[in-house]
Design a protein around this ligand. Sequence first.
Ligand code: PPS
Length: 302
Amino acid sequence: MSKEQTKALTPEKEGRPELGEVEGILLSQATCNEWQRIQSFQARPDDLLICTYPKAGTTWIQEIVDMIQQDGDLEKCKRAPVHRRHPFIEWARPPQPSGVEQAEAMPPPRTLKTHLPVKLLPPSFWEQQCKFLYVARNAKDCMVSYYHFQRMSKVVPDPGPWHEYFEMFMAGKVGWGPWHDHVKGWWKAKDMHCVLFLFYEDMKKDPKREIQKVARFLGKNLDQELLEKIVYHTSFDIMKDNPMANRSGVPLSIMDQSISPFMRKGTVGDWKNQFTVAQNERFDEDYEEKMAGTNLTFCMEL
Ligand code: PPS
């Protein structure tokens, strides 16, 4: 079976869309249908690609990057909701313009977004030696955040009950595939490519330091006043109330935030409120096996 002829792997439930598969990675069926175009996407050397596993802090880093690029000009940052400012390259939802089409229509220098694992990234990003900004978040908090997101987002599969979702996540049978391979792949890529690898937990612990790191990576040096302004406006509480960041403009047919808000808790260690003791033990055992041989470590609580 060719890559673009992927079959739907999840049954349609309550009108929720199905997932397809590319090289063993589950992706939305619409993304699979567009796969050839996504793979042949032409990156430019001045592209910046924001890369994350879903729910790892994408929106947060997007707002930080935009505030740095706009020199802290809040009006400019309000030009569009954050998820519309940076084309999401593998996004497809016909008849709307796809992520590739949005990126192609954008004047350079472009800032783009992806959740793709290293092995599925369009090759031109490597060929053009682009800059990559990767944010990683610990697996347990990612899982919990993803579960609540799938409960409220109507354009992804229904997660089912928590205990079932827990098994699916551990098996990597969720959109964009296994968390473990994603973080390990990008961690390795940083040794060969221009990747700034950040951790959500470090951003929570010391946002000033991490934002300054991002600014330097983008070739800017922020003075104290501007740095503090960016820290303030990208804090969870401020972003939660910012209609350009909190997805409040997304129609109910796509996200029902009365089930769970997009800006839900924004903390480190919320998994402790969701995992049972037995699940935690099982998770740790499986994690140790899957993460053996890497020096990549995560902070699970602050
Ligand atoms: S998506 O749909 O993949 O783009 O989601 P993503 O933006 O990666 O992740 C959403 C989670 O990030 C939290 N978030 C933040 N945390 C701390 N500070 C700020 N400013 C911030 N903005 C978003 C958001 O609340 C989701 O995490 P949970 O744990 O569900 O609250």
